[in-house]
Every structure is written in structure tokens, then in C-alpha cells.
Design a protein around this ligand. Sequence first.
Ligand SMILES: [Zn+2]
Ligand SMILES: [Zn+2]
Length: 123
Amino acid sequence: MEDKPLPNVFFHFRFKFLAVTAIAFLFYIILTGASEIEKFADSPQFKLMGPFFIFSGILFLLFRKVPIKCPHCHKIVSTKKDWTCPNCGKSQGKERILADKCLHCRQVPDIASCTHCKKEFRL
Ligand SMILES: [Zn+2]
Ligand SMILES: [Zn+2]
């Protein structure tokens, strides 16, 4: 049997992308903002911070819920289900989001299986 790498659905990549964007934005604020605190509070960069972090927070919540497309059968798989942890092999016992840590071993799952075809893929 061939040891093919599991197809990746780039689920965790969504959050990495968001984190990188937030860090890049912070660098932009630090590098272009006024050096004195009083001036900084009046700068357009400072006024952008609030909306940016609210927007990032909303995106983060959305990213957790946006379903995954199974790379095997191309059907939509919900990110919220009673998943089995690939690290300790235990079921969660209730519906949980795949971005959450395992209730038993506190590891974030990196592999999930499709609810339709039961095949596995990387998150
Ligand atoms: Zn576990
Ligand atoms: Zn499938």
C-alpha cells in the first residue's frame, strides 16, 4: 500500500493567515505611527486599530464556522461535529469546532475525517 500524504484542506491556514495579517498591521502601526504618545493617539493609524481588531475578531469567529470541502468527495463538511482526536483517539462526546483543543489531551487536531465518505484529510 502506498503511503500517500493526506490531502490538505488548509483549515488551520485560515487562522495563520489572519495572525500574519494582524502582525503585519501592528508593524505598520509601529513603523509609520508618531513616536510621541499624544500625537500617536490623534494619528489615523491609531484610529484604524479599533476597526481593524474588531474586523479581525469577526473574521476569526467566521473562519471557525465556515465549512470545509472534503478533498475526496467534494461534499461540504461542517467544522462543528463530534470529532475523534487524532492524537489520543478519543471522541469529544459533544459537538465541538475543529479549531478547538481536544477535551482529553489538549491538542489541536491536525487530521479530520469526512462525515460523508469517512476518508481522512489534513486540516
Ligand atoms: Zn486528544
Ligand atoms: Zn468526503
